[in-house]
Design a protein. Structure first.
Length: 296
């Protein structure tokens, strides 16, 4: 994606034009840097930047809705007392106790609450920047599916790990009722998936950087949330790799089907019989064989 029209229309439109799965629509860092340099050299940068960002938000409804929901839940906690806010967070937490009692409800609710009391700047900025770019690339439905897989998958892995650790007396029992909310698992999964948006060495560098960052979190913090983030990252790499593999096979099948259809159409257009000259009758037919024999 190097032309200005492609950049303005976005990767989703490019995917529609080339009839290619979005998972195979990759970008090169060198091309993007050259395009950005050309964009920067043109006048009215601020106006064009605002316009480009408006176009980005226009095709990312899931990220906008997610960010707005986080704002609403933060505002709700802001207006509630400390006791009520604590109860709300605990009721939505994906701890072991809640997962045993009502797993579906807490799996859904936990993704839309943030803990800490302050405004969730980090999550909202992430949703309206990198996550928005990911949604424009994949489309809203795929973006939602990837985030949901990461959130649910990492939560289940964490809960199973907590249950095993409690049974083995490796961690205190109070961990089973600890608070655990936020969109970080889904965001971590999508960050891993974004590696497949790049091609070449930048993909390897992005993936390596994420592994080092999240691995350091596990080594330094060693909380169940840190393990959950690392699990979400691995899930993202797995989802992206499987999606790319399936997309390549699907594209190959489409091309093969189109080629067979073209060959079949070409065969159908060929004449099914060869025209030959009329053959004269060999048997006599009476007086009709003689000129004028049919006249009195």
């Amino acid at each position: 994606m190097t032309t200005s029209s492609a950049r303005e229309n976005g990767p989703h439109q490019m995917t529609l034009r080339t009839n290619q799965p979005p998972w195979l629509d990759t970008v090169g860092i060198t091309d993007e840097v050259h395009a950005l340099s050309a964009w920067w050299a043109r006048p009215q940068r601020l106006r064009r930047a605002v316009t480009a960002y408006q176009r980005l938000l226009a095709v990312t409804p899931a990220c906008i809705a997610y960010a707005f929901t986080l704002f609403v839940t933060w505002w709700t906690l802001r207006g509630a007392s400390d006791l009520v806010g604590r109860r709300l967070i605990l009721s939505a937490s994906t701890n072991l106790k809640n997962m045993q009692r009502d797993p579906i409800q807490v799996l859904l609710a936990s993704a839309f609450w943030t803990e800490g009391g302050g405004f969730p700047w980090g999550d909202i900025v992430m949703l309206l920047t990198l996550m928005a770019l990911a949604e424009r690339w994949l489309g809203s439905l795929r973006w939602i599916l990837v985030v949901a897989i990461g959130h649910i998958g990492a939560t289940l892995i964490t809960v199973v790990g907590i249950s095993h650790a409690v049974q083995k007396d490796l961690i205190p029992f109070r961990v089973t009722v600890a608070s655990d909310v936020g969109p970080s698992y889904g965001i971590s999964t999508m960050l891993a998936v974004l590696a497949f948006r790049l091609r070449g060495y930048p993909r390897l560098l992005w993936a390596t950087g994420l592994l080092l960052w999240y691995g350091y979190g596990v080594w330094n913090g060693r909380t169940f949330t840190d393990y959950g983030h690392f699990s979400a990252l691995i899930i993202g790499f797995a989802v992206g790799g499987i999606a790319v593999l399936i997309s390549r096979r699907l594209l190959a099948w489409r091309e093969s089907s189109a080629r067979r259809a073209t060959e079949k159409a070409a065969v159908t257009l060929l004449p099914d019989r060869v025209e030959t000259a009329p053959v004269a009758l060999q048997e006599p037919d009476g007086r009709l064989d003689h000129a004028g024999g049919d006249r009195a």
